[in-house]
Design a protein around this ligand. Structure first.
Ligand code: GDP
Length: 320
């Protein structure tokens, strides 16, 4: 489907009109790194910047999908249009048919005001930092007032996704990740709101205590600094979700009044520009870096008539 030539203005108009198929098609263009993306992003730009982007991260099985589901329900109860983006940085599958099953969003499958999309980003030049912000921009321009980004998978992606969100929720469960494990994984720094889910299990109180302690050790302090709250939930029955919502509301207020929202978004834009520029450079390098020009330079380095630095300068000179 994405091989067809896209009528970008019509697609963007349809997406802004709230047509889920147009939104899905635009995100497919992102996934496929379509040449039409340049025009898509230029057309979308004036309509972006209103969505509150919330990242949800945590180990597999901790309750991310269940919690996302509960938070979506709470925002829907407020009448907001919600986007959900499930990102799998390790999956080689495009289109996310398998991921689609993984996201337990049946409650919202028939709700036209909830856009749910899975996206695989492996294989893209630039990976997550390249594709996710563009997909977020599509959902933002389509009128989603809140967008939840859920990472499926583990590792570095957790930290990476935090850079993409206005607010990052770090989810833990008793016995799965106590404060010390969290500190080791480097996730204490990225959380704006910590949620200890599965509070119906033993050890929830101890996990909350550990976390509060570890967070306080790392706190910069000072007046006006954000102090990440630790909230307990039993997401499977909706318990504690109102506390999560209150924490999210407070964080939005703080982001806005402190000016952090703006600076986070500027940092994000910087990352995005880097990722796009690097991907462009890399593909151009691959163009000149595999042909006659590099063969001659390599021969000259071996012959000793030039050195690798001068050769690299010459190669880059050929790009500009
Ligand atoms: P994810 O892999 O992080 O997305 O986790 P899921 O949302 O798929 O949840 C993993 C399992 O934990 C599922 O079987 C959920 O029903 C269950 N689960 C989620 N929240 C809770 C909770 O608060 N308490 C208990 N006991 N189970 C939960």
């Amino acid at each position: 489907m994405s091989r067809r030539t896209a009528d970008v203005p019509a697609l963007v108009a349809a997406a802004r009109d709230g047509q889920p198929r147009a939104v899905a098609r635009l995100i497919s263009l992102v996934e496929d790194a379509s040449p039409a993306l340049r025009e898509v992003m230029a057309t979308l730009a004036p309509y972006t910047g209103t969505a509150h982007i919330i990242g949800i991260t945590g180990s597999p099985g901790v309750g991310k999908s269940t919690s996302t589901n509960a938070v979506v329900r709470a925002y829907r109860a407020r009448g907001l249009r919600v986007g959900v983006l499930a990102v799998d940085p390790s999956s080689p599958f495009s289109g996310g048919a398998l991921l689609g099953d993984r996201v337990r969003m049946q409650d919202h499958a028939l709700d036209p005001e909830v856009y749910i999309r899975s996206m695989a980003s492996r294989g893209h030049l630039g990976g997550l930092s390249w594709s996710t912000p563009q997909a977020l921009r599509v959902l933002d321009a389509a009128g989603c007032q809140v967008i939840l980004v859920e990472t499926v998978g583990v590792g570095q992606s957790e930290v990476e996704i935090a850079g993409l969100a206005d607010t990052t929720i770090v989810l833990l469960a008793p016995g799965m990740g106590d404060g010390i494990q969290a500190a080791k994984a480097g996730i204490l720094e990225i959380g704006d709101v910590f949620v200890v889910n599965k509070a119906d299990r033993d050890g929830a109180e101890a996990t909350v205590r550990d976390l509060r302690h570890m967070i306080s050790l790392g706190e910069a302090g000072g007046t006006g600094a954000w102090r990440p709250p630790v909230v307990k939930t039993v997401a499977s029955v909706g318990q504690g979700v109102e506390d999560v919502m209150a924490a999210l509301d407070q964080h939005v207020d703080w982001l806005t009044t402190s000016g952090t929202l703006r600076s986070r978004r500027e940092n994000r834009a910087t990352e995005e520009i880097h990722a796009i520029a690097l991907a462009a450079w890399r593909s151009r390098m691959e163009g000149v870096g595999s042909g006659q020009a590099i063969a001659e330079l390599a021969a000259a380095v071996v012959d000793g008539t030039t050195d690798p630095y001068t050769a690299a300068d010459q190669l880059m000179g050929a790009l500009s």
